[in-house]
Write a protein of this length. Structure first.
Length: 161
């Protein structure tokens, strides 16, 4: 099983700082990270800034997944659907792979101007290890959805074709 975990931070820069802390154990094989991205939302900005983590671009999902997910979460829902149509995926496809409206809405409600978030797709078993690595950065909340093996495989097939 895999987990899409989102750690919310109380400042716009904290997720970027936390992602740096996560890179060492990931490169040493202490934790497994399939894909990861950050969202940083300055207080005065109209929309958040997103960044796929270095090394994650070669991950199984790539930028089209993050673009679709962030479009559905942070942009006008119709724009998110247009992005999905352009990439050959839609919100129905995400629902089929365990990323449902409840998860999307919870992230949308929590990640607001003045905050940031670290998004990590990882094996279910390492969420606690990653959370321990990030504790020094004091994440305000953990939001996650678990994906069955079938959902994870479907997610990969949607975004790797």
């Amino acid at each position: 099983m895999a987990t899409l975990a989102v750690w919310k931070f109380s400042t716009p820069s904290a997720a970027g700082e936390a992602s740096t802390r996560l890179q060492d154990p990931a490169s040493q094989g202490v934790v497994v990270v399939h894909d990861a991205a950050t969202v940083s939302w300055e207080g005065a900005a109209e929309k958040p800034r997103t960044r796929q983590l270095a090394g994650a671009a070669s991950g199984p999902l790539g930028g089209s997944f993050w673009g679709l997910l962030f479009g559905l979460i942070f942009l006008v829902p119709l724009l998110g659907a247009a992005i999905g149509a352009a990439t050959g995926a839609d919100s129905g496809s995400l629902n089929d792979v365990g990323i449902d409206d409840t998860f999307i809405n919870k992230v949308r409600d929590q990640i607001t101007p003045g905050t940031s978030a670290l998004f990590v797709l990882c094996p279910d078993a390492v969420v606690d290890t990653i959370e321990a690595e990030l504790a020094v950065h004091q994440p305000a909340e953990l939001i996650f959805t678990s994906l069955t093996s079938e959902q994870e495989n479907a997610l990969r097939s949607v975004f790797t074709e």
